[in-house]
Write a protein that binds this ligand. Structure first.
Ligand SMILES: Cc1cc2nc3c(=O)[nH]c(=O)nc-3n(C[C@H](O)[C@H](O)[C@H](O)COP(=O)(O)OP(=O)(O)OC[C@H]3O[C@@H](n4cnc5c(N)ncnc54)[C@H](O)[C@@H]3O)c2cc1C
Ligand code: SF4
Length: 324
């Protein structure tokens, strides 16, 4: 592990000032970053600990949910208002990692965790995301777990966060703070596709941090569900996951929100499925037609073509569960 200086600011302004130095990085719960430091995959010279900055509140009212960036995953998952109004968020959190990791891991850190691509996490291999221009061994190598949507000739790694998938389906907004003040961006615009710069994963500017995530209250959010399919039942990342929110009246779908995980290089919205459901009856035949187009545009590698079918089936099942 490379030596670094640790600062522990006790205000947002002090944290932003500390993060101005070249090579600085924020640390929240440390559950992902510490491992990356130990493996020399991240080599910051300055760590800015966000523990004393605050930002851990969880607030909900009739119009929206606001999760502070430093709210613990476990606190958000047990919060009664979150459970009542945004069940897909709770289910995504409960399906993530382990209770120990969720007790330490934060909302902001979860959204910014790095990919689980094995080549990225092993400095013995080349990796364009870790070392731009060095190559992508996953494209012709072990790619069973990789993305089938949004990949490029430079990177096909999936985004690992379950929470980000639920937030993408529910049209969450991410609040950012940097030296130029505050800005709010839809989560759909927060993550970048890899294209030829897979090392740049988000629109965050140097020294800029996430301070909160907000999600509107709605019928679709109240009637939402997160389904995660994986190789083993716990402590495992998604092979395929689907977040669904359904707003229905008298058995007719007024509004459907869908996003998928484990299949895209970023949390993957499914607008074509949403359009196929709008105005239709809440019934299996409709779900079947809509789910059959879920993997449109997919471009699997040699070992992960199965994700196309798995995605269609997961969408169908998640729709059934959200409508039950
Ligand atoms: C064994 C294991 C299994 C796991 N399984 C899952 C799983 O199934 N699903 C899942 O979703 N996750 C899973 N995770 C990942 C886990 O959820 C993340 O490690 C955790 O959410 C990261 O939060 P943290 O606060 O510890 O972030 P840190 O490790 O402290 O930080 C992660 C990154 O975010 C940056 N950062 C943190 N907060 C901010 C902020 N507010 N603004 C700007 N940058 C910030 C840091 O600089 C760093 O780059 C697993 C982790 C482990 C170790
Ligand atoms: S898929 Fe992306 S993260 Fe994995 S080796 Fe290729 S460039 Fe690196």
């Amino acid at each position: 592990m490379q030596a670094f200086h640790l600062s522990q600011p006790n205000s947002l302004d002090a944290a932003l000032a500390a993060a101005r130095s070249h090579g600085a990085k924020f640390i929240a719960g440390g559950t992902d970053l510490m491992q990356l430091l130990k493996d020399n995959i991240e080599v910051p010279t300055e760590l800015v600990d966000l523990e004393r900055v605050g930002l851990s509140s969880i607030q909900a009212d009739a119009s929206e949910l606001r999760l502070g960036a430093m709210a613990r995953m476990s606190d958000a998952a047990v919060h009664p208002d979150v459970r009542a109004g945004w069940p897909a968020i709770v289910q995504a959190l409960e399906a993530s990692a382990s209770p120990q990791v969720r007790n330490m891991g934060t909302i902001g850190g979860n959204l910014l965790q790095r990919t689980r691509c094995g080549y990225f996490r092993d400095t013995g291999f080349a990796c364009n995301k870790r070392e731009p221009g060095s190559g992508c061994p996953a494209i012709a190598g072990e790619n069973r777990l990789m993305a089938i949507l949004g990949g490029s000739d430079h990177c096909i790694a999936t985004h690992p966060s379950d929470l980000a998938v639920a937030l993408t389906a529910l049209d969450a907004m991410v609040t950012l703070h940097g030296i130029n003040g505050e800005r709010r961006v839809p989560i759909a615009d927060f993550y970048r596709l890899p294209a030829d710069t897979p090392h740049i994963e988000t629109i965050l500017q140097p020294g800029e941090m996430i301070t909160a995530v907000t999600v509107r209250a709605s019928g679709a959010a109240r009637n939402s569900h997160y389904l995660k399919l994986r190789d083993r039942a716990s402590f495992e990342f998604a092979l395929v996951s689907v977040a669904v929110g359904l707003d229905q009246r008298d058995g007719v779908i007024e509004h459907a929100l869908l996003a998928a995980g484990g299949v895209g290089t970023r949390p993957w919205r499914l607008p074509q499925v949403e359009a196929a459901l709008r105005g239709k009856a809440l019934e299996d035949a409709v779900f079947g037609d809509a789910s059959s187009i879920a993997a449109g545009g997919a471009s699997p590698a040699q070992q992960n073509g199965f994700k196309r079918i798995l995605l269609q089936r997961a969408v169908f099942r998640a729709l059934q569960m959200a409508s039950a």
